[in-house]
Design a binder for this molecule. Structure first.
Ligand code: ACO
Length: 309
């Protein structure tokens, strides 16, 4: 039995903050942000907390999968910006969705969190223990962003993406994965309790370029495939230059890589599922396509998946 995606949903807040808006608040420029990161604007949640963003995406994915909330066995929420340290966002959703049979927990793996969530779900489904698992990547990074710090404030945004995972037909679903961590790099990207994001951008950049490329190649090999078999790449949307380096490593043409970073900035755990949903809705991913998803983040952590659609 193979685990795959049987329903999708996304939600981004309506409030748009452009680079020009940021120019008025701090010593930066639209030109600097565009050329260094590829970001043009981002969405900021005003009245919504993390669980509200997650709820909106989750509802859409449940509807898309044509299941009832009572049929969900497990809820996994990848986030580093939960409403509260506890209870988890996942348990808040369990109640709000009426998923009365579901177990629930959050996963903390920063921007690689959604990869960790999907791989965890795969184990439960393929062992036969569970049938339907709701996996969400969601962040409200705006609440841990120092709006006085131009080094970080220009990068992040809020949003949520969700999938329902379940059994899919032979040859489809997750064909291979790689997860990893290097805690010695934790000092480059972290948040002290009650404080804002700290980031050593150059160190994270170097790590990201190396790891995104390597993980993408590793996971393709693990699936018994070669670069030429890949139809579409969904990299974590942190910075267009990092994304481009992984695309070039796979020798894919530009139109074969998902790009949503210009609209939403870096939404951490939400960026890969938001991109997946947008590309599917735009018709860029077709039945039978081989997709590589790859993420990296604070921890340091990384994860990659080959998904046969
Ligand atoms: N506007 C204008 N100037 C700026 C800004 C800004 N917003 N931010 C920094 N600068 C300045 C710096 O102060 C520096 O000036 P100096 O040379 O006088 O000191 C100059 O621009 C160049 O700074 P660099 O850090 O060398 O710029 P770089 O090209 O490395 O780009 C960036 C910086 C975009 C942060 C890049 O390093 C990066 O993307 N790193 C990875 C970040 C990332 O992906 N983080 C998320 C990880 S995922 C997660 O878990 C959340």
């Amino acid at each position: 039995m193979n685990a795959g995606v049987i329903g999708i949903g996304r939600y981004v807040p309506e409030h748009v903050v452009t680079n020009h808006d940021l120019e008025k608040r701090m010593d930066t420029s639209d030109e600097w942000i565009r050329t260094r990161t590829g970001i043009e604007e981002r969405r900021i949640a005003k009245d919504f907390d993390t669980s509200d963003l997650a709820y909106e995406a989750a509802m859409r994915s449940i509807e898309d999968a044509k299941i009832k909330p009572e049929e969900i066995d497990l809820i996994l929420v990848a986030t580093v910006t939960p409403d509260k340290p506890f209870p988890s966002v996942a348990t808040m959703l369990q109640d709000r969705l009426g998923a009365n049979r579901a177990a629930a927990m959050d996963i903390s793996a920063a921007c690689a969190g959604f990869m960790y969530g999907m791989v965890t779900a795969k184990q439960f489904i393929e062992s036969g223990a569970y049938k339907h698992i709701l996996v969400i990547g969601v962040e409200k990074l705006s609440k841990i962003t120092d709006w006085e710090d131009r080094n970080t404030a220009v990068l992040f945004g809020d949003g949520a993406g969700a999938v329902i995972m379940g059994p899919v037909s032979e040859g489809k679903g997750i064909l291979a994965f790689e997860l990893g961590a290097d805690g010695s790099g934790g000092k480059h990207l972290y948040q002290e309790r009650g404080k804002y994001i700290y980031m050593n951008g150059r160190e994270v950049f170097k790590f990201a370029v190396r790891q995104m490329g390597e993980s993408a190649i590793n996971v393709i090999e693990k699936a018994g495939l070669v670069k030429e078999d890949v139809d579409f790449l969904i990299p974590h949307q942190a910075n267009i230059r990092i994304m481009e380096s992984s695309r070039q490593r796979l020798e894919l043409p530009e139109e074969k890589m998902s790009k949503t970073v210009h609209k939403y900035g870096n939404t951490s755990a939400a960026s890969i599922p938001i991109s997946l949903v947008e590309e599917l809705e735009a018709g860029k991913i077709k039945d039978g396509d081989t997709i590589v998803m790859v993420g990296f983040g604070g921890g340091l952590t990384w994860g990659a998946i080959v998904l046969k659609w």
